[in-house]
Structure formats: C-alpha cells, structure tokens
Ligand binder design. Structure first.
Ligand SMILES: [Zn+2]
Length: 686
C-alpha cells in the first residue's frame, strides 16, 4: 500500500490518547491578558550546564531526561507518552462504564464497545476456553491437501492472518477519484526484511528469539518439542525466502516504482499460483479490470514459492500466522511467549497491564464506535475553531515562503500554491462516524471478537470498490496523539488527541503554541511537498508538475538533508538512515520554518517582551524542543532506526535547528558552535 503515502507525525508505534476536558485544545487566550509566567515552557526541564548552541535538545530537556527513566512496562517515555497516559485515563473511564452497562441495546455501539472490552478483560473466561474457539480454524488448516486448497483458504475473507502477500482496495494514486484493487509484498512475521537477511549480532539474536517464540507456540498447540522446532525452522526458512524477494523500506518509499498497473488478465497469467480470479471473486471484486501491483518481482517469487513449497510447510506458515495474530485473546502462556520475544525486540522489562492492552485493542477494533463519547467529553467546538484558525495562519505563511523561494520557477510555484490551497483539513473527529451495524460483538469470546473484527474490516475495505471516494473517512481514531498527511486525498488530519498540552495549551503564549502544534501543522503540510509527497498534485494524482530545473534543485537540497541525518549516530555504530527518514526530516525542517514564519505575525513576536527570562523567539524554539523530550531503551532505539521513517527525537529537534539562522540569532550562537552549520552545508527548501 505504499504508493498512497500516509505520512504520520510521530512513531508508527505511538497511537492512543484521550484528554481531560480541562486541558483540551480550548478557545484562544484573550489577547488583552498579560502573558503568564511559568506556563508553556517548563523551566525545571532545562539543563543550564549544557550550552543551547552546542546541543539544544539536551539544553531544553536535560533535567527532565535525568529525572524520568523509562517505566518498566514501556520502551520509550516522553512528552507523547505523558499525554497519552492522560488521554488513556479518559478512555478507560468510558470503557469501564460501557463494560458495566449490561442494559445497552443489543447491536448498539455501546453494547459492542462494552462487550469487546469486557471479553478482552475476562482472563478467567479466556483461560477456561483454551483453544475451543481456535480449534475449528486449526483443523481447517490441517485439512489443506494441495495448492488448490491453499488458494481457496487464501481467497476466503473469513480466513485470518493469511500472509503471503498484501491485498486490498485503496485510492488509485494516478486517478484519485477512483478506488483500485492493490496487491504487493507482505506476510513476514518479523517487522522488517532485514531482520531475516543481515548477519550482525542483533539480527541473529532477533531471529533466534523469533524461532524460540514459534517453537513455544507450536508446543503450546500440542506439537512434541522436536516437531515444534522443525515446524519453526520451516516457517523461518519460508519467510527468509519471502524476505529475499521483498523490497527494503527505502525502496518502498518510491511511489512511482511501487505503482505498476496491469490488467487482471495479465496478472492472472503472470502469477497463476495465486489464483487471482478466485481471490477477486471471493472478495466481491470480480468486476475489477486492473490491479495495481506494488512489487511485481515479489509476486513472481511468491507465485513460485507457493507452487513449490511442500504443503506441510505452508500449513505451518498459515498456522503460525493465524495464532501469532491473536495471542492476546488466548490463554496467558501464549501472551507470555509473545512478550518474551517482544523483550528482545524492544527491551521492555514488564508486560503492559491487561487493561491497557484491552483498551488499545478496543480502540483498534471499534475506535469510532466510542470516539463520539470521547469527543463529547474531551473536545469542544471552540477547540475545533481555534485549530482551524491556526491551520489557516500556517497556510498563509506557507504561501509566502513558496513565493519567496529563490530557486523555484514561476510555473512550479503556481502549481505548488494550487496544491497548498487545495489541502483538505480535518480536525478533531469525523463528521460522519463509521457504521459498525454489520459487526457482531459478544461478551462470550475475546477471540471470536478479534476474528469478527478482522473480517468486518476486510469487507469494509473491499466494499468501497466501485463507489465514489469516501472523503470523510479517517485513518486515525479521535483520541490518537498523532496527525497525518494523505497524499491521494491531499488532506491533513489532526485528531482531537493531539490538540492539547504540550502541543497546544490555551493558557500558554503564542510562542509555545506555534513551536508546538504550529510545527505539527507545518510538518503535515510539508509532507505534501516532501520528496515523495511533491510527486502528486492538487487533486492527489501522481503527476510530475515540476520543471526539470526545479526538480534538480529540490533533489540537491534534499540530498544534503539526507547526508546531514545519515551522519547522526545515537548509539555506537548505529546511524540514522537518511534515505529511510528523508520525508519525515524534510517535513520537520519545513514545518518548523513555516511555524516560525507564522509566529512572526503575532503580537507577541512583534512586541518582543520577555517571559520567564526568554524572548518570544527563544520561547518558540524551547516550546518546540520540549515536545521531543524522551528516554528510550537501546533496543527500542535500534528497532526505530531500522524500521521507522521518523528520526529519534533528539535529531527531530537539533536537525531542523542546525539549518536555521533564526535559531542561531535567537540564542546568540556563532560559527564554530555545534548547532551552527557552515553556510554551504545548510539546507533550506522553504
Ligand atoms: Zn510525518
């Protein structure tokens, strides 16, 4: 699904959040009231022993970093997590109340939310059920006799965790008014191709832990120890072959190379073992004429592998992908095995409490079913209006920056402004909520609820085909502490969960809010003009609207950013991957620049009055830096560097600032200071 870019603001793994009504993104502070001391910037977090011109991140956050180690059940701890925790408290209240309400109308959202959470919390019932609800599916896999049986299983929308390849309906990136059927690489149990292919100590350790995890699960399912190990070897060998045929995360970023439209007839001929006509038919997509193939060479390999891999090995693969996807709803021993593996990946010391896992699962399955309740409690129309106002201020500032660039031609500027003006903006929560009426949820079995939800979500996706584009749809639930840009929709989206302190605080001065949520808004806007986002136009279609010369100039500036970030090294021998993080780094740099430009128009910036000893511009940069305070376990940091397109927080802070003369000036930094790049080494695009 990579040629529709959905660029998130924060770590892929950061998700949930809710907010208390008192701290919500409220109405604007009255402009006549004097700025308050001690609000917005936390002076206690600042480490005065570090020079702001040598390492601004540690200057702004050093004391917080020393005083806030990562809690045992977490892998990373920072401002995002603190906010999430406040949000989760609100969500928990909603879910506990819904679970206690036995009189909710059957089939209502309240009944579904309450029953889903209650079933996920009922560890006694899960233990007592054992494999009862899983067994029919295990028996079905054990009964697959030949390739035709495998094909039928793969095509059936009721099957869970089928693996092998990705499949679904999405917007056509070159014709954004239409939905298209897309297929591509997928089906690896480990989160990244390179975990299978690299021979460094950490990769080998992760493979060993993965094999141990599979072996424990196969034993729990009843295999004798030696058979369990043999089965784990078979799955690992098969997934390694799939990994060899898979593209790297950097290769997957290229939207043009990952868009290959072919006719269904051609794809059927090219990949006969996949039985594409059957897959389409079973999913109600027989009318599709074309397919968008993300990675043709992967499907070629999958086609050969499916035909040539012994059925017994494929059964183990399907069995593993079924069970590993639902360990949270199986007896405790399964969850424990999963956590032992997670510990190696992320360094977590303690499993998260059951209620937190159940809450996340409920948000993932039914987020919009209780999103309304959450919004009623935590988000006001005034908050929405205030966010909208800031977005428009940023949009105006962006237009000025585009027009002021000295490297872009008038023709390209015209298209860029058209695209900027066309950005659709979504704030807070959907206008129209998802309809869950066809989803059946009961209190009886947490596992059945997971299967029902997956099947419903699959149908919800495939049923879009042939219909007009649903422009009201959201890709994040309202309590999420995150934001995104969607290139095919050409839209920027800000869930209610992020529109609160420390990103936006109605009690704080403009400097802090422009450094916080202003930089987030600018970040999402810049995704429309990052190295991949710039490839689509105002209508969301992949189309080259750049002159050859402008294209070359942009690429040279981006390459310089890539070089800068690849030189960052948070751990011995571990470097940021400047190619993987390119789009996010460009969005961080551009976003901060635009937020700064917008802030300059405020009365605070013009007045220049100090608050708590800092000038308005200093407070803008401090507010920005304090968003990124975090501690992270070394294992989680390594995982982030390998798999996440976002750079670690300290570089999301210092990286943009090192390119900004406005920052040098605010803190009196001089050439020779670490935060100051030589003129010829700076990158400024906007
Ligand atoms: Zn982003």
């Amino acid at each position: 699904m990579s040629s529709t870019t959905i660029s998130r603001f924060a770590l892929a793994t950061l998700g949930l959040g809710t907010l208390a009504a008192t701290t919500a993104f409220g109405p604007p502070a009255r402009k006549t009231s004097p700025p308050q001391q001690g609000v917005g910037i936390s002076l206690a977090n600042i480490d005065q022993s570090v020079s702001p011109c040598e390492d601004f991140y540690h200057y702004a956050n050093g004391n917080w970093i020393k005083n806030n180690p990562v809690p045992a059940a977490e892998t990373r701890w920072g401002a995002f997590n603190e906010l999430q925790d406040r949000n989760i408290a609100v969500e928990k209240r909603i879910l506990v109340k819904a679970a206690a309400d036995r009189s909710a109308k059957p089939g209502s959202n309240l009944q579904k939310v309450g029953d889903f959470y209650a079933a996920a919390m009922d560890s006694a019932a899960i233990e007592a059920a054992g494999l009862k609800y899983l067994q029919p599916r295990l028996t079905q896999i054990a009964g697959l006799k030949n390739l035709s049986d495998i094909q039928k299983y793969m095509a059936d929308p009721k099957s869970f965790g089928t693996g092998w390849y990705s499949f679904g309906v999405r917007q056509d990136s070159k014709n954004s008014t239409q939905y298209a059927v897309a297929m591509g690489q997928g089906g690896l149990g480990l989160g990244d191709r390179d975990y299978y292919l690299k021979d460094d100590g950490r990769s080998k350790g992760i493979r060993a832990a993965y094999k141990a995890y599979m072996t424990s699960v196969f034993q729990l399912l009843g295999d004798a120890p030696s058979l369990a190990a043999t089965n784990a070897d078979a799955v690992l060998a098969l997934e390694t072959k799939m990994a060899q045929a898979s593209r790297s995360r950097v290769e997957l970023r290229d939207r043009l190379k990952n868009y290959n439209k072919v006719t269904v007839a051609q794809a059927t001929k090219d990949y006969p073992s996949l039985d594409i006509p059957l897959v389409l038919k079973e999913n109600g997509l027989s009318s599709a004429q074309d397919l968008i193939i993300g990675q043709p060479e992967y499907l070629t390999a999958a086609n050969t592998l499916m035909a040539n891999t012994p059925i017994a090995d494929q059964q183990q693969y399907l069995r593993w992908h079924l069970v590993s996807g639902v360990t949270s709803a199986l007896p405790k021993a399964y969850g424990d095995a999963s956590f032992r593996f997670q510990q190696v990946l992320t360094g977590a010391k303690l499993q998260q409490p059951r209620w937190k896992r159940a809450l996340r699962a409920t948000d993932g399955a039914l987020g919009e079913a209780f999103g309304q309740l959450y919004v009623d409690e935590a988000f006001s129309p005034a908050a929405k209006a205030r966010a909208k106002e800031m977005v428009e201020n940023l949009r105006r500032a962006y237009a000025e920056r585009i027009m002021a660039t000295d490297w872009m031609s008038a023709d390209t500027k015209k298209e860029a402004i058209q695209k900027l003006n066309a950005f659709a903006v979504k704030i807070g929560y959907p206008d129209k909520w998802k309809d869950y009426s066809k989803l059946k949820i009961t209190r009886q079995s947490a596992l059945e609820n997971l299967f029902a939800t997956a099947e419903w979500a699959g149908k919800d996706n495939t049923s879009k085909f042939g219909k007009p584009i649903d422009r009201g749809e959201w890709g994040m639930t309202p309590p999420t502490v995150n934001a995104y840009y969607n290139s095919s929709m050409n839209e920027i989206v800000f869930p209610a969960g992020i529109l609160q302190p420390p990103f936006y605080d109605p009690k704080a001065d403009d400097a802090v809010n422009y450094g916080g949520i202003g930089a987030v808004i600018g970040h999402e806007m810049t995704h429309g003009f990052d190295d991949q986002g710039r490839r689509s136009d105002a209508k969301g279609n992949l189309r080259d609207w750049w002159t050859k010369e402008d294209n070359e100039k942009f690429s040279a500036k981006a390459a310089m950013v890539g070089k800068q970030y690849s030189a960052f090294s948070p751990l011995d021998s571990v470097h940021v991957n400047g190619d993987l993080t390119m789009g996010e780094n460009l969005a961080d740099i551009g976003g901060l620049t635009i937020a700064y430009q917008a802030f300059q128009k405020t009365a605070e910036a013009k007045g220049g009055q100090k608050i708590d000893g800092f000038t308005p511009n200093q407070r803008f940069f401090l507010g920005f830096a304090q968003i990124w305070r975090a501690n992270q376990r070394p294992e989680a940091l390594r995982q982030q560097i390998q798999t996440d397109p976002h750079s670690p927080g300290q570089y999301r802070t210092n990286g943009p600032l090192m390119n900004m003369p406005e920052f040098y000036e605010a803190f009196g930094c001089k050439e020779g200071n670490k935060m100051v790049r030589a003129t010829q080494d700076r990158s400024r695009i906007w």
